[in-house]
Design a protein around this ligand. Structure first.
Ligand code: SDX
Length: 380
């Protein structure tokens, strides 16, 4: 029996304040530190958005240059990470590989051993920049290894987004395609108390370290009800094949009571604020690639699902096919989400630490009533 006061999944429960982002389901809007995410996506580099999330203000040109310098200096893979990657089966899921490597990065950080070093806010900011700088190299190396290719060193003359694509593919797509990638990073960067961010905050609330919080967040992000949906969306498209198969495929999926990935949201009920921006970015790639078949499939599934269920696409719906068109393997889509969301996670870890209360909710016991072993039952 469920207690009527229990909020399963913490649905509708406000557990704390945050100054990092505001999700408003009434207006389908999302603000990072007060700025509409669409404006940031239209005007800012991902580095500037990361700075905004961490510091609360957009950087001055000098502050941005300093962040870029620090980020570029830390882009290269540590030889110990290259060695660790070699020990992991190439068949392992990239989310598991990236989770493992981030955990390893924590072991390189000697400042953790200083008195108070685990939770020092200044050190945590440096660690945030380190993870921000390292994740593109890690994800790119994992993608290349799946194709039997060696890692490519970073290029200091490229910004975050262009360098990420360079390290992955060894060539640069059109400027428009690089921009689509940048937009996706900005849109994925932060989304208040989603499951992975909340996981990070729970871990931070025990005064554990930032790396542990990020490793835990990666575990939460992997699930298809959360970040894993961008990968799962692409599997749907592969299964469906062509636009004219959407109807029969949906009939079967509904009969089997399947969840359709990339649709629905715990907070937004009338559409995800980020989707129009990401859909416009996807359209750039669809036009550029001439993939009318995929464009028709994306449109057909969206229209049919919205018409039949009244449930709208979330950000994972347009980002999945966008990452496919950029050339990433489907299993790399959620690691790309990690690379973006690490900015939001680390901002939340620092916010949690700044006004911490251990997160420890209650549960209502639903097991058998108290009972006793008795002497006869002891078996001694
Ligand atoms: C992200 O929270 C965040 O901010 C997350 C995120 C971020 O930026 O961090 O936005 C990123 O995780 C996006 C969500 C990605 N997940 C998916 O696309 C997976 C598919 N979607 C769902 O399973 C679902 O919509 C959730 C998990 C996203 C939200 O689930 P809720 O709020 O728990 O709602 P629910 O599952 O209880 O659904 C309510 C009803 C149910 O029907 P009834 O039982 O009431 O008849 O809507 C139906 C559900 O069956 N429903 C769906 C559906 N989504 C909701 N039915 C089929 N397919 C779907 N996708």
């Amino acid at each position: 029996m469920t207690d009527p006061d229990i909020k399963k999944g913490l649905a509708g429960v406000v557990v704390d304040t945050t100054a990092i982002s505001k999700v408003n389901p009434e207006t389908n809007s999302l603000l990072y530190r007060g700025y509409p995410v669409q404006e940031l996506a239209a005007t800012q580099s991902f580095e500037a958005v990361a700075y905004l999330l961490w510091h609360g203000e957009l950087p001055t040109p000098e502050q941005l240059a300093e962040l870029e310098r620090t980020e570029r200096a830390q882009r290269g893979l540590d030889p110990r990470t290259v060695a660790l990657l070699e020990t992991i089966p190439v068949t392992a899921h990239p989310m598991d590989i990236v989770r493992t490597v981030v955990s390893q990065l924590g072991t390189f950080d000697d400042t953790l051993h200083r008195p108070g070093g685990w939770t020092d806010p200044a050190l945590d900011l440096q660690r945030s920049v380190t993870l921000f700088a390292q994740l593109p190299a890690i994800v790119a190396a994992v993608q290349r290894r799946r194709r039997g290719l060696e890692p490519i060193p970073p290029r200091d003359d490229l910004d975050y987004s262009a360098n990420f694509l360079w390290m992955t593919f060894g060539e640069l797509p059109s400027d428009a395609a690089v921009d689509v990638f940048r937009i996706s990073m900005v849109l994925y960067a932060e989304h208040s108390f989603n499951a992975s961010t909340f996981t990070a905050r729970v871990i931070a609330s025990t005064t554990s370290d930032l790396y542990s919080a990020v490793v835990g967040a990666i575990g939460a992000l992997k699930g298809p009800l959360h970040g894993g949906a961008n990968e799962a969306v692409m599997h749907h498209f592969t299964e469906i094949g062509t636009a004219d198969n959407v109807g029969p495929w949906l009939d079967r999926a509904f009969a089997e009571k399947r969840k359709i990935m990339g649709f629905g949201h715990r907070v937004y009920k009338n559409g995800d604020s980020r989707v129009p921006t990401m859909r416009a970015a996807l359209d750039v790639l669809l036009d550029e690639s001439g993939r009318d078949d995929l464009a028709a499939l994306v449109d057909a599934l969206e229209h049919a699902f919205v018409e039949r269920k009244g449930i709208y696409p979330n950000l994972d719906y347009p980002s999945g096919p966008a990452y496919h068109l950029l050339g990433f393997d489907t299993e790399i889509f959620t690691p790309l989400f990690i690379a973006a969301r690490v900015t939001g996670w680390t901002a939340h870890v620092r916010e949690q630490a700044a006004s911490n209360a251990l997160i420890r909710p209650l549960s209502a016991y639903s097991g058998v009533d108290e009972r006793h072993v008795g002497t006869a039952a002891r078996g001694v």
